[in-house]
Design a protein around this ligand. Structure first.
Ligand code: ZN
Length: 321
C-alpha cells in the first residue's frame, strides 16, 4: 500500500455549468481543489491523488430507472445542442458538459471504492460534482442528477465486495434520494443528521424504513442553530445506535459541508474540527468493524473557502493524521 488515503477529482466536474448565480456553481470545486492541493505536499506518503473514471449506463441502472437516465441524457443533449442551461426542476440544471460531469462523478466514486477493495488505498475522498444524495431512483432534484453514493453501495454489493454497507450522511440537508433507494432494504443502513425542518422536507425521526428495511434507516433531525456540542453528541449516539444492530463491511460517507456555520444554504454551526472528530470516529469504527474501509464523497457545501478547509480536515482524519 503506497498511501493510506486517496483523493480523487474528475476533470469534467468543473465544466458542469449551472450558472454563476446558482449556489452549486463551478467555483466550488476549484476552491476545494486548490485548498486541498496546497495541503497535499505536507501529506506526501499519506494521501495520494488517484485518477477518476467514467461510469456507464449499467452503473447508473444499479439505482436509477431507465426513464430517469433517459430524461437526464435528453436534458443534457438539449443543453449541448442549444448551448443553453436547461432546468430539470427549479434547482437542478444541466449544461453541455453535465452528462460528462455526472458520469464522471459516479465513475470516480466507483473507482475510489475499487481502489479501496483492491488495497491500493484504505480510505478515500472524492471531490466531484454534481452531488448525488437528493437524486432518487426516478428523479433528479436538489442539484443532483445521479445518486453517486447509492450507486457505489450497489456496485460494492454487485461485485461481492460488501454485503452490508453503512451510509453516514452529514450534509445539512436530508439525503432523501439515498433514503428512497434503500428504504425497504436491510443490507444498506442509512444514517442521516440534518437540519429540520429544511429542504427537501423529508427526514423526520419516525422515517425508519419499510418492510424488510424497518430499522435500517435512522434520521436525526436537528433544529437550526443546534449547538456544536449537542450535534456531535447526537452524532456519536446515532452511530452507536446504528452499530448496535448493523455490522457494516464498508462505510460510505455523504460528506456535505453545508452544516458549517455561515453556509448560505444551512443554519447549523459546525466548524472544521467537528468534521475531524466525526471522521476520526468513522475511521475508528471502520478499523474495528470492516478492515478500515471508508469512502467519503462530497455532497453540498456552498461557502467555497470553508468547504476547502473542512475537506482538508476530513482528508487528514481519513489518513489518520
Ligand atoms: Zn446539502
Amino acid at each position: 500500500m503506497s498511501a493510506k488515503t486517496g483523493f480523487l477529482l474528475h476533470p469534467a466536474s468543473p465544466l458542469h455549468d449551472t450558472g454563476w448565480g446558482h449556489p452549486e456553481h463551478q467555483g466550488r470545486l476549484r476552491a476545494l481543489a486548490s485548498t486541498v492541493g496546497e495541503d497535499l505536499p505536507t501529506l506526501r506518503g499519506h494521501v495520494e491523488q488517484l485518477e477518476g473514471q467514467v461510469a456507464d449506463r449499467g452503473h447508473l441502472a444499479l439505482v436509477h430507472s431507465e426513464a430517469h437516465i433517459g430524461r437526464v441524457a435528453e436534458a443534457c443533449r438539449v443543453a449541448e445542442e442549444s448551448g443553453r442551461i436547461v432546468a430539470l426542476d427549479p434547482d437542478t440544471k444541466v449544461s453541455s458538459a453535465s452528462w460528462e460531469a455526472a458520469v464522471g462523478s459516479v465513475g470516480t466514486a466507483i473507482a475510489a471504492a475499487e481502489a479501496i477493495v483492491t488495497g491500493v488505498i484504505q480510505t478515500g475522498f472524492v471531490a466531484t460534482r454534481p452531488p448525488g444524495h437528493h437524486a432518487t431512483p426516478d428523479r433528479a432534484m436538489g442539484f443532483c442528477l445521479f445518486n453517486n453514493i447509492a450507486i457505489v453501495a450497489r456496485r460494492l454489493q454487485e461485485r461481492g465486495h460488501a454485503e452490508r454497507v453503512l451510509i453516514v450522511d452529514w450534509d445539512v440537508h436530508h439525503g432523501n434520494g439515498t433514503q428512497d433507494a434503500f428504504y425497504d432494504d436491510a443490507s444498506v443502513f442509512f444514517l442521516s443528521l440534518h437540519q429540520w425542518p429544511h429542504y427537501p422536507g423529508s427526514g423526520a425521526a419516525n422515517e425508519s424504513g419499510t418492510g424488510r428495511g424497518v430499522g435500517f434507516t435512522l434520521n436525526v433531525p436537528l433544529p437550526a442553530a443546534t449547538p456544536r456540542a449537542e450535534y456531535i453528541g447526537r452524532f456519536h449516539a446515532a452511530l452507536d445506535e446504528a452499530l448496535d444492530h448493523f455490522a457494516p463491511d464498508f462505510i460510505l460517507v455523504s460528506s456535505g459541508f453545508d452544516a458549517m456555520a455561515g453556509d448560505p444554504l444551512g443554519g447549523l454551526l459546525l466548524e472544521p474540527e467537528d468534521f475531524t472528530e466525526m471522521t476520526r470516529r468513522v475511521v475508528d469504527v471502520a478499523a474495528q468493524r470492516c478492515g478500515g474501509r471508508v469512502l467519503a464523497l462530497l455532497e453540498g457545501g456552498y461557502d467555497p473557502p470553508r468547504v476547502g478547509q473542512a475537506a482538508v480536515a476530513v482528508i487528514r482524519a481519513l489518513a489518520g493524521l
